[in-house]
Ligand binder design. Structure first.
Ligand SMILES: C[S@@+](CC[C@H](N)C(=O)[O-])C[C@H]1O[C@@H](n2cnc3c(N)ncnc32)[C@H](O)[C@@H]1O
Length: 318
């Protein structure tokens, strides 16, 4: 999957104004900061060059993760979404992804860091559909969330907060949600623990899970030994390869997520948890079902279902 051409060009134009080597160095240093300092409530990106470096090195992956999760939510449900909040918007990836999936009247980007807001709105100024998006200074740990929205998205933010702030932030966002709250985290054991924590908080508030879980019962995955994550294959151009010190023309972005609804919704029967194992004559899948985790094998003899399952992937429903 690739980011839209308009976003690519906007990011390239942001780099042109800066010294290229500074941006590449900054990309590598913010990756290190994110690895070492998350979860402490620290400010990780405060300089303009860091915000541009974030846009280069992380926006393609976070855009694709949000796009992928949101597509799954919208696939089998029809919502009438008129306004949206992107909380901890960074340089605006989630909003770019939302714009490509939903026709909305109003999106507001809420972000604590000035340089992130500046670069995010500069990128959006180059897109006809996004140039009038409102950006507001907002700290989820301190400020009231007075504005309600039909859809609230927060991607890769919760893991930057201290544990007590995480829990309060989730409640704050849920209280401001009219229809859907979507929380996305890195697809790591730690990211999954945050999603599980959010899941428990939200179920206690009578939320209905839209995706990925096919039920509102206790999660059958033990977070001490396993985790639930999905991935999206993201194209990388030469600047992103340099920024990330990588050689491949793509990267697999792993993410964990939870999307919940205020209103009752029709849940899926089961969801594929891991990439199906394809062997000679059969395909094996690990599923999360309404009855817990199940492993199913589909033989080549059952032509239709075998052909269908072979083409599915983690995160798809059966
Ligand atoms: C890893 S970035 C994610 C940005 C964007 N959502 C994305 O998916 O690319 C995390 C963002 O959350 C913001 N953030 C961290 N703590 C925050 C807080 N307390 N209130 C608002 N934003 C916060 C950071 O400034 C940063 O822009």
């Amino acid at each position: 999957m690739d980011i839209p051409q308009e976003l690519k060009e906007a990011i390239e134009n942001a780099i042109i104004r800066e010294k290229y080597s500074n941006i590449i160095n900054e990309s590598q240093s913010i990756s290190r900061k994110y690895r070492e300092n998350k979860g402490k409530g620290e400010k990780l990106v405060t300089k303009q060059t860091e915000a541009i470096a974030y846009a280069i090195s992380r926006m393609p992956a976070t855009y694709c993760a949000v796009y992928s999760a949101l597509s799954k939510i919208l696939k089998n449900n029809s919502f009438n979404i008129k306004n949206i909040l992107d909380v901890g918007a960074g340089t605006g990836s989630a909003t770019w992804a939302i714009k490509d999936l939903i026709k909305v009247n109003q999106i507001t980007c809420l972000e604590r860091e000035n340089e992130m807001r500046k670069i995010g709105s500069r990128l959006m100024s180059e897109c006809e559909d996004l140039k009038s998006i409102e950006w507001k200074e907002f700290d989820i740990t301190k400020d009231e969330l007075n504005q309600k929205a039909d859809l609230i998205v927060t991607s890769y933010v919760i893991n930057e907060l201290k544990p007590e702030d995480r829990r309060n932030a989730i409640k704050k966002m849920w209280n401001a949600t009219n229809q859907i709250l979507l929380i996305i985290e890195p697809g790591t054991p730690e990211g999954f623990k945050h999603i599980l924590e959010a899941r428990n908080i939200l179920l206690a508030e009578n939320a209905e899970i839209i995706s990925p879980c096919p039920h509102n019962e206790k999660c059958p995955i033990n977070p001490e030994t396993d985790w639930c994550s999905f991935y999206v294959r993201v194209s990388r151009n030469s600047i992103q390869r340099q920024a990330k010190n990588g050689e491949l023309g793509y990267e697999d972005e792993k993410f964990s997520y939870i999307a919940v609804s205020k209103a009752p919704i029709k849940q899926e029967n089961s969801i594929i948890l891991r990439h199906p194992q394809i062997a000679k004559g059969y395909v094996k899948v690990k599923l999360c079902t309404k009855n817990g985790i199940e492993e199913k094998t589909y033989s080549k003899k059952d032509k239709e279902i075998y052909k269908k399952v072979r083409k599915l992937d983690a995160g798809d429903t059966i």
